[in-house]
Design a protein around this ligand. Structure first.
Ligand SMILES: Cc1cc2nc3c(=O)[nH]c(=O)nc-3n(C[C@H](O)[C@H](O)[C@H](O)COP(=O)(O)OP(=O)(O)OC[C@H]3O[C@@H](n4cnc5c(N)ncnc54)[C@H](O)[C@@H]3O)c2cc1C
Length: 508
């Protein structure tokens, strides 16, 4: 037995590692991590079992409950009603999240148009006052829920409204037709380019390589040298004014991606433009009975005894042609395939050959508080409070979601009129905090784009696969979880001889 997964001697032989039940082969698969990516991978494989191949899927998570729902809490609103709250927020938009939407529909989950309304404010100086510069009614009604910020004069508001409307229309037209340079796939296509090549498509060569994706890395050099146009460059090229970009595009995408303004400005423009184009005039959904409903549906086909919670995986050991999953307490043996659905830093720890590829992937720590302290929105006049209240700061965007009367979810809380660190600048008292969670969020940088390209070519080597919200060509959101899970499951099925050639579209 070797110490780590990095000392694997040979590609596993499928025939040697599988048992049979009746006439079906049993393929044992370990999925490490039960965020959405891990859950969907497990679900897709468990439900793909058929007369030829039975997938015996085991889920592992260091968290004591399923990761997708492990930080969610129950809080009591101002009327004394207890409600389950998703932490962090799990919203998804029509147009961009086509895989999430069809998955949830196929699971029979109910979701609704959240009709979010927004307020936009910015800190005038560090730890100083904040100024509200725009209210947006979104799908709830631009005029009913939008309107003039209380402290803004009518003339100023009218001028702002005209300017914002003009540039918003211009930006939407640009997003619809312009293509950022060096952009990653607009269709979020997850097939390596060589598989698209007609001459090679379906050839013996591709069939042989498929699954291991053990291609040479020539195109990765090309990938790394490719210039990927940043949002800032794209905005300059199309003469979109800096104030519009900073106050709206950056403020919104900082809140969505939970990162700072500089990161968004240097992020691949293709990501942001792609998102804008696809979600134009589309609703933002929330699951009607929160993430717990998705967890129940996705874990239903997995045997209870195969769900191992509260166990941190410490190592993957190659043993002959199979993998052993080592946790603090015990070893779990004879896995034909391992799917790592962990954040990149943990993925690299567990599978050392991926260290060089994942070295340049950056992640932020993001703090999310569920609390009942009204003071958090004191920077707004009460008439200006909306569902989502964005506050631009020097480090990014604080977002406070008014969940129910008197219950708030604040992401990346900023210090304001107080000392940093002290009750979040005198805004959220400790005794009003229902829960505080810290998440690792991968940042979409050019380094990540290159890493995803390389990871794709390594998928399935030694039967190790990687999924996650970051393992695709797009913003680090739930859609990436489903896209990567779909691709990896198709890859595993193909490798197990469970799917006929030619290759379908969604493959790694
Ligand atoms: C504040 C915030 C708000 C967000 N809002 C949205 C939103 O509204 N819409 C949207 O689409 N996306 C949103 N996202 C992004 C999205 O939620 C995440 O990108 C996505 O949930 C990540 O899923 P995942 O399955 O890739 O990884 P994770 O959910 O991070 O799951 C990884 C799992 O691996 C487990 N793990 C790690 N190491 C080990 C180990 N050694 N052994 C065992 N288990 C291990 C962890 O416990 C965890 O459960 C938000 C993110 C944040 C932080």
């Amino acid at each position: 037995m070797s110490d780590t997964g990095s000392t694997i001697s040979a590609e596993s032989s499928e025939s040697a590692q599988q048992t049979t039940t009746g006439s079906a082969r049993v393929v044992k698969v370990a999925v490490v991590g039960t965020g959405l990516a891990g859950l969907v991978s497990a679900y897709y494989l468990a439900t793909a079992s058929n007369a030829r191949v039975q997938y015996s899927v085991h889920l592992f998570d260091e968290s004591s409950t399923i990761g997708f729902d492990s930080s969610s809490v129950t809080a009591t609103d101002a009327d004394g009603v207890s409600r389950r709250i998703d932490v962090p927020m799990r919203s998804f938009a029509g147009g961009y999240y086509s895989r999430v939407v069809s998955l949830y529909k196929s699971l029979g989950l109910q979701f609704h148009d959240a009709k979010f309304t927004y307020s936009f404010s910015e800190l005038e100086q560090e730890y100083g006052d904040a100024k509200t510069y725009f209210l947006h009614g979104g799908r709830a009604g631009i005029f009913r829920q939008g309107g003039r910020p209380s402290r803004q004069g009518r003339l100023r508001w009218a001028c702002d409204l005209i300017a914002v409307t003009f540039w918003y229309i211009y930006f939407s037209i640009i997003a619809a037709f312009a293509r950022p340079k060096g952009g990653v796939s607009f269709e979020n296509d997850i097939i390596p380019r060589h598989v698209h090549n007609k001459k090679r498509f379906g050839s013996e060569e591709v069939k042989k390589e498929y699954g291991t994706m053990n291609t040479d890395d020539e195109s990765s050099v090309e990938d790394e040298n490719r210039h990927i146009e940043s949002l800032q460059e794209f905005a300059r090229r199309w003469h979109i004014p800096t104030w519009f970009v900073n106050r709206f595009v950056v403020a919104l995408f900082c809140a969505m991606s939970t990162c700072d303004a500089e990161t968004i400005l240097s992020a691949p423009a293709a990501d942001i433009i792609d998102y804008k184009r696809k979600t134009f005039r589309k609703p933002h959904y929330l699951l009607s009975s929160n993430s717990m409903s998705a967890v129940s549906a996705l874990t239903a086909p997995i045997a209870k005894e195969n769900i191992h919670l509260g166990v941190a995986v410490k190592a993957m050991l190659s043993e002959g042609t199979t993998w052993t999953i080592r946790t603090v307490e015990e070893d779990y043996n004879h896995f034909s395939h391992v799917i790592l659905a962990t954040p990149p830093s943990r993925t690299a720890e567990l599978h050392r050959p991926l260290v060089p590829v994942l070295r340049n992937v950056k992640a932020n720590s993001v703090r999310v508080l569920v609390h009942t302290d009204d003071r958090v929105l004191n920077f707004l006049e009460s008439d200006d409070i909306r569902d989502l209240n964005l506050l631009k700061t020097s480090t990014g965007t604080e977002a406070t979601h008014v969940l129910f009367p008197g219950v708030y979810q604040t992401t990346s809380p900023a210090s304001l009129n107080g000392e940093p660190g002290e009750d979040y600048g005198g805004r959220i008292a400790e005794d009003k905090v229902v829960s505080e969670s810290v998440f690792e969020r991968v940042v979409r940088t050019n380094g990540l784009v290159a890493a995803v390209g390389k990871m794709r070519r390594r998928q399935g080597r030694h039967n190790v696969w990687v999924v996650g919200s970051w393992m695709w060509d797009g913003l680090v959101l739930l859609e990436g979880c489903v896209a990567s899970a779909e691709a990896v499951c198709a890859g595993i099925r193909r490798k197990c001889g469970d799917q006929p050639v030619p290759l379908p579209k969604g493959i790694v």
